[in-house]
Ligand binder design. Sequence first.
Ligand SMILES: Cc1ncc(COP(=O)(O)O)c(C=O)c1O
Length: 379
Amino acid sequence: MSSFERRNAHFDRLFATQNLFWLGQNTNHLPMHSAIREALLRSIESEEFHAYAPPGGFTSLVHGIVDDLGLPHDATSALVKDGAVAALAVACHAFCKPGTNFVTTDPGWKWPMQFARQAGAEVREIPIYDAAAGYRLTARQLAETVDGNTRIVYLVDPNNPLGICYTEDEIRAFCDIARKVGAYVLHDSTYRDFADKHVLAARFYPERAITVYSFSKWLGLAGLRVGAVVANPTIIDHLAGISTATLGSSVIAQRAAQAGLAVKKEWMAGVQRIQRRNQAAIKESVDRIRGLSIPVYPSHGNFLIVECVELGLRPEALAAVFAERGIMIRQGSYHTPRFGSRFIKVSTTVPVEWVDAFCRELPGAIEAARGLNDVPELF
Ligand SMILES: Cc1ncc(COP(=O)(O)O)c(C=O)c1O
């Protein structure tokens, strides 16, 4: 089997596992709002999906996304994509080419680095796994890394996996640095709705900030594949011109997304209550085990990282033991080869029973992981 086939088979097995507790991908498994169910059923029953959606998304959805971000309609445009990942891909392919560089943090999210490399850019990762710096990118680090060939500063904010969220002052400083070298700020705001306060780079750098939007995490539509890229109309025109999704995105997914925006306030109040409760439950169990710790708490994402390096345990071993017990968590190396041996990551937008099962199993799983010699391949 090729390495791609092995990876595919791995996720196929996960999907086929009955009653799997999905605590590994920051997806949202809380029961959907009745408005989403109705929108999905209405779309299916009317069979409107025989037609292609507009290439850039239903206008009402585009307006809803711009409204949700609080950006000015007269200076903002958006393209609906098959998830934030497709939005990131089109932005990377639009601006990266040989001779340019793409700057991001380590840890961060790995796929955009792959897109930038595919387009020929050099990828520069700035290490931020550092307690002394609060696990955050500093303006100084960024200024020292960019140059006249930097095309994209890719900011995962809130950061996946760390869970930190940048302040207005930090975002302003990052934008000023990008502006000086003419770079785009690719602001991946996939987790913004879990933050206490999130500030968009587009407010300070409308000429070159690109906001990446997802419906996977706050609304729970990961498997439906819908998200967007949002920027000024000139940038969106350029991205639309090179997009491969010329026939639009899923009609059904867009209907669910529209319905979600209409009930967002009420929905998110409930989601936040549950996921912050889940964060607290994980923190409490971790605090009871010597050698485990949570570097960033509370997390501004719907996940927490748990450091296990002091236990002398490989995160992969722990993830493998949890997998045997029907619980998927993520090993740190998915995010970062450099720091990945230090931590596991656990998602919190899940039923409380799932998190309680993780907490209950944790002490025993650590013991079992110590005795595990053969760790299966994880992705
Ligand atoms: C930082 C970040 N961006 C984008 C995505 C993908 O979002 P989507 O499901 O909308 O493609 C993820 C998914 O885990 C992510 O962590």
